[in-house]
Design a protein around this ligand. Structure first.
Ligand code: GTP
Length: 242
């Protein structure tokens, strides 16, 4: 514990937007579902995400509790291209997901997703975590941990393998990323006006976890996360102009 501020001026935990990126079928939706409903079995009949969905979850960090607003977008090209600018708006962290049994999904990270990240966001401002999902299928592995580590060194991020099926490392992955995000925000906060002003992107919210699409109040002078870029009326499949 550092003794630094751990909440917004209203005493509420800060809220950070984080986004999931990766090819269709790597398990982005399943990872979020496992995080928010740890006891629910994996749904293998899950349909492909059609637009953007988001959910919120309270998470622990070494610096205290924070709330993550986790945005899950469709990996399919036809949706992703249209939605990415909205998706990255005000994001503080990104989880890049590939499937360890699918080499193509790993290659897509450097061929497609890192380029999208650079085009639509200030990539240096985003905390990043590489996640190799489906670790329960180790017998069908196509991507070695050495390859993944080399990718992380090249792009400056940390790496974990997870299984949305068994739950292995799922909470750890989200906590690791949100811990980096929170630490960065606290550092920015202490540099900013001697620590009295909240870091950009922080927003106090009430409640503890639960459904996506909630409207945030803007009473404490912090930056509003829910800025109209969220799916209208909390529609989890809101799809902008697509
Ligand atoms: P899009 O919404 O199209 O972008 O796909 P997605 O990345 O959200 O993948 P999704 O969560 O829909 O999962 C795709 C399929 O992989 C589903 O049948 C899941 O049940 C399965 N799956 C996801 N994670 C795991 C895992 O860790 N292990 C195994 N064995 N299967 C998984």
């Amino acid at each position: 514990m550092s003794g630094r501020a751990t909440s917004t001026p209203g005493g509420k935990p800060p809220l950070y937007k984080i986004v999931m990126l990766g090819d269709s079928g790597v398990g982005k939706t399943s990872l979020v579902a496992r995080l928010t409903n740890p006891d629910r079995p994996l749904n293998h009949d899950i349909s492909a995400t059609m637009g953007i969905e988001f959910d919120t979850q309270m998470l622990d960090t070494p610096q205290g509790k924070v709330k993550a607003q986790i945005w899950d977008t469709a990996g399919q090209e036809r949706f992703a291209r249209v939605l990415l600018p909205t998706y990255f708006r005000k994001a503080k962290g990104v989880i890049l997901v590939y499937d360890i049994t699918n080499a193509k999904s790993f290659e897509s990270l450097s061929e497609r997703w890192m380029a999208q990240l650079n085009d639509h966001s200030n990539a240096d401002d985003l905390a990043k975590l590489l996640v190799g999902n489906k670790s329960d299928l180790d017998g069908s592995r196509e991507v070695s941990q050495e390859k993944a580590s080399a990718f992380c060194q090249e792009y400056g991020m940390e790496f974990l393998e997870t299984s949305a099926k068994s739950g292995d490392n799922v909470l750890k992955a989200f906590e690791k990323l949100i811990g980096i995000v929170h630490d960065r925000a606290l550092n920015a906060q202490s540099k900013n006006k001697g620590g009295s002003a909240p870091a950009a992107g922080l927003k106090g919210v009430g409640g503890t976890g639960g459904g996506g699409g909630q409207k945030e109040e803007d009473t404490d002078g912090t930056v509003k996360l829910d800025d109209g870029s969220a799916p209208a009326g909390g529609d989890p499949n809101g799809c902008g102009g697509c």
